[in-house]
Unconditional design. Structure first.
Lengths: 435, 201
């Protein structure tokens, strides 16, 4: 049994998490698991499955918020060769741990969802690309798949039908960039994980040159629930544009960090102050990353922002992968940003020049600033590098994300940057020293 | 004399048939090689390349891209300590300092005197609700404190409790599935030894 720090018994994804041994097929099935896959392969057509998911309004939970049914419908129906579902289980976004939480607690939900998705695109195999550090989720998925095979739910004749279905595993070996879907596909093909230029999009030419839909773990783990209860029932939750529930991981300076299932539309204040217990005693929240380190930061004054897609978009940020990182007034924003830039520079795959060069440039600039060698010049460099990293100058979003960290922390905390650069003062440290 | 065992080479030759295209076998093969040899020497990579009929430079190019492939000797027990933002906010830098002191090393990748331990600072491990965290012997160690680190080290130094120090799964259990169809690959390609270049940047 996996340890649980987060929602158990939530409305959708964590509905059964309070049941012991949920990772075992018998337990999962006794609660209603695999009923959806059985119905899909025995009674439904691919189009009906896509329509049901379309009615749910489900969007991708890996960060891009793309409508899942639409993604599936892009896969050509008349393609003669194999078609693949590739599951992005390479969760590496700083602050995001929800896919691990889902896989550790309910691996069969992902297996079932991946099989349903494969059926929906007319494919016979789903490949789960799981990050190499996730030993326990890997082992649990491996055992879940073996159980499903033994029971006859996967294999040549799932549920006695003549529609072969398999779910396969592929371990990553440590590279943040593999979370980007085309880099992931390169890695799955046994190459250095460097993003591809698009078009062609994966729906046309994806894994091993075949039509492919790449879906996130949480997205697919939601699909069995939608097929059991109907898309309309799922769509009753959430907001007009952002339906349903989603997982968020709250980490950093809060009393109860964890993975929480929320109905989309609740505010960040609700998540951070109520679910996650708020700041540590005597501390005040200063800033939070609303959707992984790649989402532009929001200051504490914007805690009442809704988790709705449109609300976040209006502020120029995003719900991303659901990783909410909270920083309180005992931490320096400039140091936090410097740490994240070190991450983006290290993880740049090196293919596009702005990202490869810009990231390291920013790191060196932050190092000078934190060594007390900052000046007006460093502020200017950060602004220019931030711009150079953004605005679609690279094949994927890694460079953009690095630029957003600089830009958004500078926009909201210009004072901290100026103190460091112009006066060689860290007011946070100074305040702590006097406390 | 080869670096990798004959049995392992045979197993690596069987890998390509398990994937839609043979090239996908390169990472699983490197994984097996590393598991057996401890780390990836140029010879081990060349042998993997030969078994998969790939260019050694290509295989090396893949190995150098991914952080979980080690090109230098590593400790039997490796502390992969996360120092990304969520963990740093909860004291990861102190944890790193404590690990360094406890195993008596100064640099990431440096071996402890007894060869048992080494550490690395790694990026987000995806267990932020347990920060600070690290990966050790294929398991996550959560809510780290100096006391916990000391206990983990003591367990692994004590010969009296071998079960506590071995990885939780026997060698080979990280393979995807034992029952997959496999067929032998063709002729062995000639390995072309090459000088190894460190990963840039």
């Amino acid at each position: 049994m996996a340890e649980q720090r987060g929602t158990v018994g939530g409305p959708v994804l964590t509905e059964w998490f309070a049941t012991p041994d949920l990772h075992k097929l018998d337990v999962y099935e006794s609660l209603g698991g695999y009923a959806a896959l059985r119905k899909v392969v025995k009674e439904m057509t691919a189009t009906q499955v896509i329509d049901e998911v379309k009615a749910s309004g489900l969007r991708g939970r890996g960060g891009a918020d793309f409508p899942t049914a639409t993604k599936w419908s892009f896969v050509p129906k008349d393609h003669p060769g194999p078609k693949y579902i590739v599951v992005n289980a390479d969760e590496s976004e700083p602050g995001s741990a929800k896919d691990r939480y889902l896989m550790e607690n309910s691996p069969h939900a992902l297996v079932e969802g991946a099989a349903i998705a494969s059926f929906a695109i007319g494919g016979h195999a789903a490949w789960v690309y799981i990050r190499g550090e996730y030993d326990l989720p890997f082992e649990m998925l491996r055992d879940a798949i073996a159980e499903a095979h033994a029971k006859g739910y996967l294999g040549d004749h799932p549920f006695g039908t003549d529609y072969p279905m398999d779910v396969r595993l592929y371990r990553g070996h440590g590279a943040y960039i593999c979370g980007e879907e085309t880099a992931l596909l390169e890695s799955l093909e046994g190459k250095r994980a460097q993003p591809r230029s698009r078009p062609p999009f994966p729906a046309v030419k994806g894994a091993w040159g075949m039509p492919t839909a790449v879906n996130n773990v949480e997205t697919l783990s939601t699909v069995p629930w939608i097929m059991r209860h109907g898309g309309a029932e799922y769509a009753k939750r959430g907001t007009e544009k952002s339906k349903g529930t989603r997982m968020v991981t709250v980490s950093g300076d809060v009393q109860k960090p964890g993975n929480y299932e929320i109905e989309i539309g609740v505010t960040y204040r609700h998540i951070i102050e109520e679910l996650a217990g708020g700041p540590m005693p005597g501390r005040k929240i200063k800033v939070f990353w609303p959707g992984g380190s790649s989402a532009k930061v929001l200051p504490a004054s914007m805690l009442d922002t809704s988790t709705d897609l449109d609300g976040l978009k209006a502020l120029g940020t995003m719900g991303g992968s659901g990783g909410i990182i909270v920083m309180d007034d005992s931490h320096c924003v400039v140091k936090g940003a410097a740490r994240l830039l070190r991450f983006y520079a290290f993880e740049s795959c090196g293919k596009c020049t702005p990202c490869r060069v810009g990231g390291n440039w920013a790191v060196r600039t932050y190092e000078r600033i934190l060594a007390g060698q900052g000046s007006q010049i460093e502020l200017g460099i950060l602004e220019r590098v931030s711009d150079g990293l953004q605005n679609g100058r690279c094949l994927c979003g890694l460079g953009d994300a690095a630029g957003w960290v600089i830009e958004s922390t500078m926009r909201h905390f210009r004072n901290e940057y100026e103190e460091h650069c112009l006066h060689n003062v860290c007011s946070v440290e100074a305040a702590l020293a006097h406390a | 004399m080869t670096t990798l065992s004959e049995h392992l080479i045979g197993e690596i030759r069987d890998l390509p048939a398990k994937y839609p295209q043979p090239r996908s076998a390169v990472m699983p093969a490197l994984d097996l090689a590393q598991e057996e040899a401890g780390y990836l020497t140029p010879e081990a990579m060349s042998e993997v390349a030969a078994a998969l009929q790939l260019d050694p430079g290509y295989v090396e190019g893949v190995a150098t891209f991914y952080t979980l492939f080690h090109l230098e000797p590593v400790g039997k027990h490796r502390f992969y300590v996360c120092t990304n933002l969520s963990c740093t906010l909860r004291g990861a830098n102190d944890i790193v300092e404590h690990v360094k002191g406890a195993i008596g090393v100064h640099e990431p990748g440096e071996l402890s005197k007894d060869g048992l331990f080494s550490y690395e600072e790694v990026e987000c491990l995806g267990a932020c609700e347990y920060a600070p965290v690290m990966r050790l012997d294929h398991r996550y160690e959560k809510d780290l404190t100096p006391q916990k680190i000391d206990a983990l080290i003591a367990e692994r130094r004590s010969p009296a409790r071998p079960s506590a120090v071995e990885p939780p799964h026997p060698p080979g259990s990280l393979r995807e599935r034992a029952d997959l169809p496999a067929k032998r690959g063709g002729e062995k390609a000639k390995p072309k030894p090459r000088a190894r270049k460190p990963k840039s940047g």
